[in-house]
Design a protein. Structure first.
Length: 83
């Protein structure tokens, strides 16, 4: 069980870092981060002031950066996200 908790923590940190970095980099104003943890789930919400939903970009292994959505989808396929 501890190994699973560690993996969940690492995944949450990785996904959260990517989402917050993108919000800080691309949104024009404030961001909000909300983290809720219980015995069954981790809820991570990152909100930014840009009303535009990020556009999906095709995978490109030669591109530097901007792989967050692909990584997020692979890491957390059961997650609900508004994009």
């Amino acid at each position: 069980m501890r190994e699973r908790s560690r993996q969940t923590g690492n995944l949450t940190q990785s996904v959260g870092s990517e989402l917050v970095t993108n919000a800080c980099k691309y949104a024009p104003g404030s961001i909000l981060v909300e983290l809720r943890i219980n015995t069954r789930a981790v809820d991570l919400v990152v909100w930014d002031s840009d009303p535009t939903v990020p556009a999906a970009r095709p995978a490109d292994p030669d591109r530097t950066g901007q792989h967050g959505r692909q990584a997020f989808g692979r890491a957390a396929p059961a997650v609900t996200a508004p994009f």
